[in-house]
Design a protein around this ligand. Structure first.
Ligand code: PGA
Length: 252
């Protein structure tokens, strides 16, 4: 059974004090993790404070990015080994903003996926899709290629644990989500790609999220789709009331 995963991506927002208040405010208001799992991916410099504030230990505290080497002379980067030692279970890899503003290529993303697994964490791998590509009909190849490249050399044991997010870049931060059918189509395609690379069994166990302008008023429709196992929410994960609503989407 695929346990739904409602994940937030804070991007470069908030301060350490604000991060602590958020975590304190959601304690006792999230569903049990074996019913609906909840996670917030936050900047590395907030993580220790958030872990300390997370007394109930239902919310998973994740990272937004890390480097592909465990240690070394890489000024300013975040070590996946250090994240794991802190007790961080998830790291986002390959968000479209990392691809666009920080020139992360499919090869870099593949190395990061391997580094995250090597250090005992689970990557939430993001796949992008632009409106131009959607209109030109190229989207299918694009998403398939991104998933295939991200998983190069990844063993079935590791791939079975991965989380993949389908995030059309025209929907990210735009205020307009993809339609529920578009979200389902993208997530279905990713599952088929996993089945082609590995097996139907493996593909049926992997959680695939939709991301791009998810809000309390559209989450229920997205989550009702067969292949949408959760969401990755940016803007609407910043406010604790709205994140609590997303997490409790089954009661909206
Ligand atoms: P958004 O961001 O919910 O603000 O559109 C989603 C994301 O970038 O992961």
């Amino acid at each position: 059974m695929r346990i739904p995963l409602i994940a937030g991506n804070w991007k470069m927002n908030k301060t350490v004090t604000e991060a602590r208040s958020f975590v304190e405010a959601v304690q006792g208001k999230l569903p049990a993790a074996d019913v609906v799992e909840t996670a917030i991916a936050a900047p590395a410099l907030f993580l220790q404070t958030m872990l300390e504030a997370n007394t109930e230990d239902v919310l998973r505290i994740g990272a937004e990015a890390c480097y592909y080497e465990d240690d070394g002379a890489y000024t300013g980067e975040t070590s996946p080994r250090a994240l794991h030692e802190m007790g961080i279970p998830y790291t986002i890899v390959g968000h479209s903003e990392r691809r666009r503003y920080f020139n992360e290529t499919d090869d870099v993303i593949n190395r990061k996926v391997q580094a995250v697994f090597r250090n005992g964490m689970t990557p939430i791998v993001c796949c992008d899709e632009t409106m131009g590509r959607r209109e030109s009909g190229e989207k299918i190849h694009w998403v398939v290629n991104q998933v295939t490249a991200a998983l190069k050399g990844v063993s079935p044991e590791d791939a079975a644990k991965i989380v993949i997010a389908y995030e059309p870049s025209w929907a990210i931060g735009s205020g307009t989500s993809a339609s529920t059918d578009q979200a389902e189509e993208g997530c279905y395609l990713i599952r088929q790609t996993l089945a082609d690379i590995y097996s139907d069994d493996l593909a049926n166990g992997v959680r695939i999220l939709y991301g791009g302008s998810v809000k309390p008023d559209n989450i229920a429709g997205l989550m009702a789709k067969n292949n949408v196992d959760g969401v990755l929410a940016g803007g609407s994960s910043l406010d604790e009331t709205s994140f609590i609503q997303l997490a409790n989407y089954q009661n909206l």
